[in-house]
Ligand binder design. Structure first.
Ligand code: CTP
Ligand code: MG
Length: 171
């Protein structure tokens, strides 16, 4: 069983990549305004290029700094942990965008709450990093911890962002 502290530190690039677009985002939408045959946007106004790039960079830098000071047992050396930081950050934003794609196809408007909001980014990040990490990260207990903590932290952080005036809605 992995150490709790290692599991928590592993999550840093994911959580930072997911949270930072609220501050870093804005400007041109990632889908460039494209609409699908269903009449809805491909991704919508909530997914911007700046948010995607900024979130990926913020998560990569955070995970990279972690790699400098805290070697995690899930990776075979520092350079692998650096690559993992990028894959986790990029996977988080990719998962977030995939979630919006599914949301739009389901006819749910941008900014409205949706079941996938809390999980999709974590799932895609975990899938992308899978090839360069060990089985310890995918033990049932670790996965339950990741999912459970994220289910609590995601709504909590959104509430904080709303109270701080960074987000119009508390979800
Ligand atoms: N954001 C961004 N670019 C991204 C992701 C997020 O600019 N790639 C910013 C947007 O300002 C967005 C806010 O962060 O409104 C909150 O993100 P999120 O809740 O994921 O987006 P929603 O607005 O809820 O849109 P959707 O319904 O598509 O998830
Ligand atoms: Mg939202």
């Amino acid at each position: 069983m992995a150490e709790l502290i290692d599991l928590l530190i592993f999550l840093i690039p994911i959580y930072l990549a997911n949270a930072s677009p609220v501050v870093l985002g804005g400007g041109a939408p990632l889908d460039l305004g494209l609409r699908m045959p269903d009449g809805n946007r491909l991704l919508g106004e909530g997914k911007t290029i700046r948010g995607f790039v900024g979130g990926t960079l913020a998560g990569t830098v955070a995970g990279g700094l972690v790699a400098l000071v805290y070697p995690l047992p899930f990776f075979d050396g520092q350079s692998t942990q650096f690559i993992a930081a990028f894959l986790l950050a990029f996977g988080t934003l990719a998962g977030d965008a995939i979630g919006s794609f599914i949301k739009r196809r389901a006819g749910v408007g941008s900014g409205k709450p949706f079941v996938l909001d809390t999980m999709m980014f974590l799932i895609v990040a975990m899938i992308l990093v899978f090839p360069i990490t060990n089985a310890e990260l995918y033990e049932p207990m670790a996965l339950v911890f990741f999912a459970g903590l994220t289910l609590i932290m995601h709504p909590f952080m959104n509430m904080v962002a709303n109270k701080a005036g960074l987000k119009n809605v508390p979800w």
